[in-house]
Write a protein that binds this ligand. Structure first.
Ligand code: ATP
Length: 213
């Protein structure tokens, strides 16, 4: 079973890292692949570049065999569309191997606006992790899809290559990259919300308005 977990990771924090480990435990897989998405340069005004985000992910997962980074979206020019990434992976993995995409509830709530979202269930399973304080809007495409495709046991995902949706209630940390960027820009420390190595790199490079060392 191949598990991917996508995001902007701007910057990566302990909420992301705990979630990835909780998922690997719950699904009994040896590794979870973090897939940072490409952000068009004009949206990078206050965040970090793709190379910097990738570098911070590498630092964060150093020495953790369960977590890998897959930089395929950063190597593709232009916007990252999950459907393209899943198609690419499906070609590499072949038609039989279960492929799982992990999303938080907040990201899944907007699933109906993703490009070619209707193609995604044929390509992968979806694991929706309950994020503190966020719920699926009633009557949303995501909610309807969940109703049609919900399974309750992680084992069920191994019985098919794609098409099922599992909701996972994992103990999660209420940390957001937005909150971290705001703290840094406001001159307050984000320490203990993210690995120290990442915070040091942010300070060294003066990212997100941090005062360079
Ligand atoms: P931002 O605040 O910039 O939107 P973020 O912290 O939400 O960033 P993203 O990189 O946008 O992080 O999120 C990637 C994925 O991780 C999404 O599916 C999101 O739901 C999930 N996620 C992020 N932070 C947490 C958290 N603390 N707990 C659970 N899920 C999270």
């Amino acid at each position: 079973m191949h598990v991917i977990y996508g995001g902007t990771f701007d910057p990566i924090h302990h909420g992301h890292l705990r979630l990835a480990l909780e998922v690997s435990d719950a699904l009994s897989v040896d590794r979870v692949h973090l897939v940072p998405c490409h952000i068009p340069p004009h949206r990078n005004a206050t965040g970090a570049t793709s190379a910097q985000r990738l570098d911070m992910i590498r630092l964060a997962i150093e020495g953790e065999p369960c977590l890998r980074v897959d930089d395929r979206e950063l190597r593709r020019a232009g916007a990252s569309f999950t459907a393209d990434t899943l198609r690419q992976l499906r070609n590499e993995l072949g038609p039989e191997q279960p492929l799982v995409m992990v999303v938080g509830t907040d990201a899944f709530a907007g699933f109906g606006q993703w490009r070619e979202w209707q193609d995604i269930p044929a390509l992968a399973h979806i694991v929706v992790v309950q994020r503190p304080g966020s719920h699926l809007p009633e009557g949303s495409d995501a909610g309807l899809l969940l109703g049609q495709r919900r399974v309750t046991s992680p084992d069920t995902l191994r019985s098919a290559p794609a098409g099922k949706i599992l909701e996972l209630e994992a103990p999660l940390l209420d940390i957001s990259a937005t909150g971290i960027r705001q703290r840094i820009a406001g001159g307050r420390s984000p320490r203990y919300l993210m690995p120290d190595s990442v915070w040091q790199r942010i300070q060294n490079q003066g990212l997100y308005g941090a005062c360079p060392d």
